[in-house]
Structure formats: structure tokens, C-alpha cells
Design a binder for this molecule. Sequence first.
Ligand code: BGC
Length: 257
Amino acid sequence: MVTGASSGIGAAIARELGLAGANVSVNYSGHPEGASQVVQEITASGGRALAFKADVSQPSEVQAMFLAARDAFGTLDILVNNAGVQRDAPFLEMTLEQWNRVLEINLTGAFLCAQEAARKFVRRGICPERSCVAGKIIFVSSVHEVIPWAGHVNYAASKGGLMLLMKSIAQELGPLRIRVNSIAPGAIKTPINRPAWETPEAEAKLLGLVPVKRVGEAQDIAKAAVWLASEDASYVHGVTLFVDGGMTLYPAFALGG
Ligand code: BGC
């Protein structure tokens, strides 16, 4: 199950998991066309996928989606908690609506889906032919789980919250044989941050924050997600894997300090 999989990073993760042999539940909320395109691409490459509509911040929709996915595919092994939004505004002007929406989707939505998945993993237990654990949860966080971000305090607060949500869940669910981790993307070319890379001027400015001097692609994150979900990562638990071209290395200090 990949949430927010109708575009951007979620869509790339869904495709890559499909290529790796997973049956993919493609969750979407506002963009059915994006979701059906992802489903078609996975199917065309020989995989199995279905689209499921749910607003991840709504408990009843989340429950119904997990039930429908279980009915379709029989069971659940991997949750990628990717759905996320930005509603940017200077702090002095940010509305409660902007604050709430971002926290509801990015943090409460991740909580609801993780809980639903974990309950299913615990109920079913380990299937040794597929994995040495009962299930895997991957949060798609952000470099802004550690980098403060003026003008985006709702978003940064949601991602900072995700960091300790992930680690606390990992501490609690490790003994139940559920593997929990995060990926923290840096600047990745997706619709969420189009203004930051779509003109050469904007891209040049953005690259000042990226030591490897390349804006990331959704595929960079998708490859990391497939590895983290695989048995090759079976001893990786409770960590955030930064896939950010070095954005968290305080690049400005290369020039002074
Ligand atoms: C945000 C993007 C931003 C990137 C790096 C991501 O989490 O969604 O808008 O470009 O962090 O700042």
C-alpha cells in the first residue's frame, strides 16, 4: 500500500514496487486520473495494481481502504506512508485552516494508516515465505524533519512530528516483528515544489542548497524505498534514511564558518 501514489514520489514508489514484484494498492484522494495512470503503467510492466480512494486523515475512509485492499490482494506486507501536502504561508499570516490541513494529512494521516497496517500485521503474523518480519512501514518524511523552514512552519512541524512518531512506533513495534523506518527526501522534482526548480534561475538558487549539484528525481526515492522494504534491509529499524544529495550537510558552511 502506497499512500498519495497518484503523482510525484508516491507514484514513483508504487511503480518501482510493482517492478519489484509487489501487488500495489495505489492510494489517491484528489486525482483519480493520476492513480489510474500509475495502475496502468504497473499492469503494463507485468505487475498487479489497483487504485483506492481515501483521504488519509479520515479514519473511516482509511479503514474502508485497507479492507478493500485486503479483499483484493488477500493480505498486506508493506505500507509506504507517503501522502503529504504543503500549504505555505508566512507564520504571521498562516491560517488555522492551513495549519490543520497539513498536520491532518502529513501527521494524523500517517498515524491512522500506520495503526491500521500494524494491526493487520500483528493479527496475521509472519509469513516466512515472504519476509522474516510480520510487516514493514516506511514513512516518507523530509529533510525538514530536521531542517527548520521559515514560511513553512506547518510542514516542518508535521515532518518533525513524523520523526518521533516513526521512532516511537519503531521502539514499540520492533518486538512485534514490524520493521519501521523513514526516508527523508531533499529537493526532488515533483509537483509539490515546482516553483523551486522549473526555471533555470530557480533551479540555480535551489542548487546552492544541494552539495551534489543535482535536483533529485522521484526515482531516487523510489529505489531507496524498494531497498528499505526488501529483505536486504532486514536489520534496518527505526532510522531515517536521508536521500537528499547532501542537503542536510549545512552546505552554506562550505564557504565559511
Ligand atoms: C518539500 C519541498 C522542498 C524540499 C527541500 C520537501 O520536503 O516538500 O517543497 O523543495 O523539501 O526543501
